[in-house]
Design a protein around this ligand. Sequence first.
Ligand code: SF4
Ligand code: SF4
Length: 381
Amino acid sequence: MEQVSIVKCDNYQQRQVYESLSKSIRLLGGMERFVKPGMRVLLKCNLLMRKKPEEAATTHPEVVAAAARLVKEAGGHPIIADSPGGLFTERALRGVYHACGMEEIAARDDIELNYNVEDIEVSHPQGRIVKSLTVIKAIEEVDAVINIAKLKTHGMALYTGAVKNLFGVIPGTAKAEYHLRMKKLEDFSDMLLDISTYVKPVLSIMDAIVGMEGQGPSAGDPRRIGAVLASTSPYHLDTVCVSLVGIEPDKVCTIRRAEKRGLGSNLEKIILAGDSLEELRIQDFKIPTHTHVGFIEQYFDEDSPIAQFINTRFGPRPVFNHEGCIGCRDCEKNCPPEAITMVNRKPVVDLKLCIRCYCCQELCPQKTVDIKRSWLFQLFR
Ligand code: SF4
Ligand code: SF4
């Protein structure tokens, strides 16, 4: 049976975070169980985009600093890395590291930041839906990966945590191809599980001190949860994390699929260590109101004309608020099916092409992309 540790942590003060994370990992056997002297260890954080730590869209730098310190104490060499949305270039990485607070902790604590922007094609014969992957080369040049995710809601997937965080090993705009190839949520979730089984993090950590509720993963609201969690299994960690914020694990496709594939299991079969999940549970965590159209596919084939008609006319869709839009074109450049065109420097979407991946909402720096659904859709639902 897999173990997940959960430890209270009220704030991001350096000492408090270190003590809580240290306790959480000690409950799993200590960092020495995962990191041996001389190992190079990639800390795969969630650095989605240029966001300040207090906006709660990215892994908080103090959680990363605490993990790096524990790796060093075990004799390892930590390297902070991620491939954020948009272009995977050294310049883009510098901007993200600076905004997300990684540059500051790297200088303060002498931690290496990854600037290798090469990618590499790897084979993954055990993959269920993808047998080969294009990944950032940095991941191939280390001895171990520690996955450090942020607990957030997600427009398409409902929740994003440990498994989804590993999608960040796909370089920059190549992520769009994966969205295009795996349009159905079930397929996309299986692809995420394939990435996770390829990366095989030795340890997964969840920054749930302040998470994001509402319109996550970037346009939602920070919400204090007050815990750090850790596990050797990203699948079991996600099951506990969604339970912590009152989401039924079954409602999250990656968790459902992981259980079906024998990677995850239900909450009753997970050994919890540390503080009480019940006591820390948030009852009124706001989850997205517009989540994926999946239920229509329970009745009609997704590609059938009727399903397409219902989805196009009444289903959830991205809506662009032109008033707040600065015309940066990030949504247009990152739209997998190229459904967005700029008219007078404002985005206009062709809903017939839109695959409802919500990358435009995820990557809009101005939070001017909303996801709406009609009253008829809500009634139907
Ligand atoms: S318009 Fe937005 S939701 Fe639709 S396909 Fe493009 S990025 Fe995805
Ligand atoms: S990403 Fe946001 S701000 Fe930039 S063009 Fe699109 S809607 Fe406007």
